[in-house]
Design a protein around this ligand. Structure first.
Ligand code: 13P
Length: 279
């Protein structure tokens, strides 16, 4: 069932923060906002626990939003204990497609489940760029995660050169359809899609709310064609790429933007908490 709600939010800043504009109240389906912090290759175990301990009280009162942190593999167990009595959930930054065997250096879905992961980020552009991740390997990992009750956050996004040569939609289509190939509607409903334009990651160059909305809407259209309008309307699509406390609200105000995948700004408890409280 899809529940329709009307957002009461009517005020927002325009994209260059200079003035207040009024946006029309919008109808959107009830998709619970989802804010995730991808810590990437940062934080020892003790640093991870300190960051988590600092974050917990700052977001303790936040309801109606899913809050996720994705520490490096080595800190998952400790962070899992640290968030046990909180409203924060745990994600890993990658997973291997096989459950066990002779695959030196890899970590499997049952292992991530065992340490308390709820979600797993799959197909991040840094993995595509530096570690040979392909749409096929993303798809295998998504299936492995789902088979063990982990919810995949499937990352998609074009590079600058691809955008400049008019290939954004083709790239997004191949990432989305490749990543979710063969999934049932039920499986798809356990997934989150994260749109992260590569040119916006770690560069301070955020996509404008309009640019984000355009691609998010395109992704929802792809899911409508592949499944149905009802299924597509229930899938959450996060935006990632230089999300900061200053721009989170205007991005989240877009009708098809349901969350944020935050890198740099998730490494400070205060800035991540401000993003969680985007409203
Ligand atoms: P930044 O927020 O540092 O741009 O990173 C975005 C990202 O890659 C999250 O996965």
């Amino acid at each position: 069932m899809v529940i329709k709600v009307t957002s009461l939010k009517t005020d927002n800043y325009d994209s260059d923060h200079r003035r207040l504009t009024t946006i029309q109240p919008k109808e959107r389906t009830m998709r619970i906002p989802i804010i995730a912090g991808n810590w990437k290759l940062n934080n020892t175990v003790s640093e991870s626990v300190s960051l988590t301990t600092a974050l917990k009280p700052l977001v303790a009162g936040c309801t109606g939003v899913e809050i996720i942190v994705a520490p490096p593999f080595t800190a998952l167990t400790s962070v899992s204990s640290a968030i046990a009595d909180s409203n924060i959930q745990l994600a890993a930054q990658d997973v291997y497609s096989e459950d066990n065997g002779a695959f030196t250096g890899e970590v499997s879905a049952p292992m991530l489940k065992d340490v308390g992961c709820d979600y797993v980020i799959i197909g991040h552009s840094e993995r595509r760029q530096y570690f040979g991740e392909t749409n096929e390997s993303v798809n295998q990992k998504v299936k492995a995660a789902l088979a063990h009750g982990l919810k995949p956050i499937i990352c998609v996004g074009e590079q600058l050169e691809e955008r400049e040569t008019g290939r954004t939609e083709a790239i997004i289509e191949s990432h989305v359809t490749g990543g979710i190939a063969g999934l049932s509607a039920t499986d798809l409903l356990s997934c989150v899609i994260a749109y992260e334009p590569v040119w916006a990651i770690g560069t301070g160059k955020t996509a404008t709310p309009d640019q984000a909305q355009e691609v998010h809407n395109f992704i929802r259209g792809l899911l409508t064609s592949a499944y149905s309008a009802e299924v597509a309307s229930q899938i959450r699509i996060q935006y990632g790429g230089s999300v900061k406390p200053e721009n989170a609200s205007e991005l989240m105000a877009q009708p098809d933007v349901d969350g944020a995948l935050v890198g740099g700004a998730s490494l400070e408890a205060e800035s991540f908490a401000e993003i969680v409280k985007f409203e």
